[in-house]
Design a protein around this ligand. Structure first.
Ligand SMILES: O=C(O)CCC(=O)C(=O)O
Length: 296
C-alpha cells in the first residue's frame, strides 16, 4: 500500500507527475550523502564512473520497493526492468550549465520522427528524478513540456505547456522518457509555478528569476521500463552512445544486488555485460557523443 497518491490518468495525459512526500526528509538527506560519498570516491579515490546499480553507495536505491511499485502502477505491467540507466550530477563537478545541462531535449530513442517505433503505442520507459534540495520556491529543478510525450509542440504555444517541477524535499518527479524537458530550470521569483525555460531564462532580468538554493544543486535519476520492444530498441540505441561506454565499461552488478532487485520484483538487464561483449566482438558501439536516430 502506497502512502502517497499516484494519479495514473494525469501521468498519461501530461507525461509526468510529482509524487508529493514520497520520501522522508531523512531519506533524502541520506541519499544526498550517498551521492556525495560516490562523488568523493570518483574525484579523490579513483573509483570509476558506473551506473547506480554498480555503485556501492547508490545501488540500494535502485531496488527501493516504492519506486518499483509506482513504476509498475504507471506502466501497467509486472515485467519491470532496470537497464543500467541510473546516474547523478552535481553542478560544478563536471556538470556545466549551458553545456551539459539546460537545453530542451527528450531521452527516448526516436526524438523527432513521429513515424518511428517509439511513437507507436504507449511508451513504456520512465525516469524518476530526485532533486536533493528544496526547489519549492527556488530555481534549479526540472522543466517539462506538458503533453509533449504525445506530440511535437512548436512555436510560442509550446511555452504555454512549460511546467516547473517545484519539488520540495521528499517530492519525487517521474516522467515519460518521451517528454521534452530541460534541466536546471528556473521559476519566476515568488511564483514557483511559473516555469522559465531556456528562452525566458536568457531574457528575463535576474531579479525576476527565483534564486537557486544555497547548496550545490544535485540530481539523481533512475529509469525503469517494461521489458518490451520499446526497451529493447532503447537498449540498442544506448549501446551506440559514448557516455554509456564510459559508464558501463567498469560496471559490475554483484549477484547479491541482483538478488535483491529480483526479490523486490525488478528484473535486471545487464547492459554493462552486453556492452563489454559487443566491444569484445568488435562491434561499432559507444561511438556517438550525441543522439543519433537508429535505423528502423
Ligand atoms: O535536471 C537535470 O539536470 C537534467 C535532467 C535530464 O535532462 C534528464 O534526466 O534527462
Amino acid at each position: 500500500m502506497l502512502k502517497f497518491n499516484v494519479d495514473n490518468d494525469k501521468f498519461w495525459r501530461d507525461g509526468y507527475l510529482i509524487l508529493k512526500n514520497m520520501f522522508s526528509h531523512a531519506e533524502i538527506a541520506a541519499m544526498r550523502e550517498d551521492v556525495f560519498a560516490s562523488l568523493k570516491g570518483r574525484e579523490q579515490g579513483g573509483e570509476p564512473v558506473v551506473d547506480a546499480l554498480a555503485d556501492r553507495h547508490l545501488q540500494h536505491w535502485v531496488h527501493d520497493e516504492r519506486l518499483i511499485k509506482v513504476a509498475k502502477t504507471l506502466l501497467g505491467g509486472d515485467n519491470l526492468a532496470y537497464y543500467g540507466d541510473g546516474s547523478y550530477a552535481v553542478v560544478g563537478h563536471g556538470y556545466t550549465p549551458g553545456k551539459d545541462v539546460g537545453g530542451w531535449h527528450r531521452d527516448n530513442t526516436d526524438r523527432s520522427n513521429l513515424d518511428a517505433p517509439d511513437w507507436q503505442g504507449r511508451y513504456s520507459l520512465v525516469r524518476f528524478g530526485f532533486y536533493l534540495q528544496d526547489h519549492s520556491a527556488s530555481s534549479g529543478g526540472l522543466i517539462v513540456r506538458r503533453e509533449s510525450h504525445n506530440r511535437i509542440l512548436r512555436g510560442w504555444r509550446a511555452h504555454l505547456h512549460d511546467r516547473y517541477l517545484n519539488t520540495g524535499i521528499g517530492d519525487v518527479g517521474v516522467w515519460s522518457m518521451r517528454i521534452q524537458h530541460a534541466g536546471l530550470g528556473r521559476c519566476l521569483r515568488g511564483f514557483p509555478n511559473f516555469a522559465l525555460g531556456p528562452y525566458l531564462q536568457a531574457r528575463l532580468p535576474e531579479f525576476l528569476q527565483a534564486p537557486f538554493p544555497p547548496v550545490e544543486r544535485t540530481g539523481f535519476w533512475i529509469s525503469y521500463a517494461l521489458d518490451d520492444h520499446h526497451l529493447e530498441r532503447h537498449c540498442q540505441y544506448l549501446l551506440t552512445r559514448s557516455e554509456r561506454l564510459t559508464m558501463w565499461s567498469n560496471a559490475h552488478y554483484p549477484q547479491s544486488v541482483i538478488d535483491k532487485c529480483n526479490a523486490a520484483g525488478l528484473k535486471v538487464l545487464d547492459m554493462p555485460e552486453r556492452m563489454r561483449a559487443a566491444v569484445a566482438a568488435g562491434e561499432a558501439v559507444g561511438q556517438q557523443r550525441h543522439h543519433r536516430q537508429i535505423a528502423y
